[in-house]
Design a protein around this ligand. Structure first.
Ligand code: ATP
Length: 353
């Protein structure tokens, strides 16, 4: 099969199971992000793809060839580490072409390649500098250039932006994505930053507790999370305790609402569930403006105007619902006002309680 495949991979360190029975396929040329909280096994999975760890059980293959026990230096893979791991005693150019030297490429080939990569990374003319003479952002570009020096089939990055400040991080995310698309290289990035994953990924793999919880495009996962953990990890979500009242109906308190999407089995009549909506898909109006269909009642508990958007927090029977709107849609409500929160059926997802 083309691309990178992980089949039934488990990794144990003594009595700790860092990765448990992971099955994934990465299409050639796509960018995938491993997203999840600290300690869920993201880095261990990436290190197994790189060959820096050997799976306890399972198989990893690239373009149909079994890689599971191929040593790291024989894999056609480039990796950028969280700390960048550049060699301080080597020049920028020598850092970039280190793996080419190990593989016996001539000095002139190495120098040409270093210049080519530095041009690509918008850092021309720094090949003779020391690493200590570069800024954090420049070091990161050098680490990326080094990983790409041998034209690898797979490009791996472990939290590549975590050492950068917020503005630089955003700029680098866009640059990395453009570069990856230009090169068409199969890429896997570990991150715990959901915005980063949404910005750069074709596919997101959400992990928790050593397992894969969900895979899909950023929008699939945003719109149809499989459970409240995933919903909470990607974006802000409103979760209201409710009960099933029919195939596509739920009851929140005494109010019946139609829902657009039901996740998971076991959602029989009267079963406790969570009704999930996203803040930009629910609409707050004063109660005296009439009661729309598919709406719950509540009281405004806070209004936060941050210029480009306005957030309205509504207390619905002890549960908070957030609505985010643009200033032109402002419904003119204040703290303490009785309001309705319209939740159009297509915006309503039922998750297991
Ligand atoms: P973070 O975002 O904090 O880097 P992560 O999701 O990348 O976390 P891993 O670093 O893969 O998580 O770690 C997964 C689990 O395996 C953790 O409980 C960790 O302590 C454990 N672990 C990782 N490497 C080793 C090791 N070499 N020896 C023992 N335990 C390890």
């Amino acid at each position: 099969m083309s691309g990178l495949t992980i089949e039934g991979v488990t990794k144990k360190f003594d009595n700790i199971t860092a990765v448990e029975d992971v099955n994934l396929h990465f299409k050639t040329g796509e960018m995938t992000c491993f997203l999840g909280p600290s300690g869920c096994g993201k880095t261990t999975l990436l290190r197994m793809i790189a060959g820096l760890e050997v799976p306890t059980t399972g198989k990893i293959s690239l373009e149909g060839c079994d890689l599971t026990r191929v040593p790291v230096h024989q894999r056609d893979i480039g990796m950028v580490f969280q700390s960048f791991a550049l060699f301080p005693h080597l020049s920028v150019g020598e850092n970039i072409t280190y793996s080419m030297r190990i593989r016996g490429h001539s000095r002139s080939d190495r120098e040409d390649r270093a210049r080519e990569l530095l041009d690509m990374m918008h850092l021309p003319g720094v090949e003779d500098r020391r690493i200590s003479q570069l800024s954090g952002g420049q070091r990161q570009r050098v680490a990326i250039a080094r990983a790409l020096a041998i034209n690898p089939q797979v490009f791996l990055l472990d939290e590549p932006m975590s050492a950068l400040d917020a503005n630089l991080r955003e700029a680098m995310q866009i640059e990395l994505r453009k570069l990856q698309q230009e090169l068409g290289i199969t890429t896997v990035v570990v991150t715990h930053d959901q915005t980063e994953a949404m910005t750069i990924a074709d596919e997101i793999v959400v992990m928790g507790n050593a397992k894969v919880l969900q895979t899909g495009t950023p929008m699939d996962i945003y719109k149809k999370p499989v459970d409240k953990f995933v919903a909470g990890f990607i974006g802000t979500s409103n979760l209201l305790p409710a009960r099933m009242a029919g195939k596509d109906m739920v009851r929140v308190g005494e109010t019946e609402l139609k829902v657009g999407h039901v996740v998971g089995a076991g959602t029989g009549a009267d079963q406790d569930i969570l009704l999930m909506t996203r803040p930009e898909e629910v609409f707050v109006r004063p109660t005296d403006a009439g009661v729309p269909e598919n709406a719950v009642h509540g009281t405004v508990s806070f209004v936060r105007d941050i210029g480009a958007t306005i957030e309205i927090l509504v207390d619905c029977d002890g549960h908070e619902v957030i609505s985010v709107l643009t200033p032109k849609d402002w419904p003119d409500v204040r703290i303490g006002d009785a309001v309705t929160v319209e939740m159009p059926a297509e915006a309503c997802t039922v998750l297991p309680a």
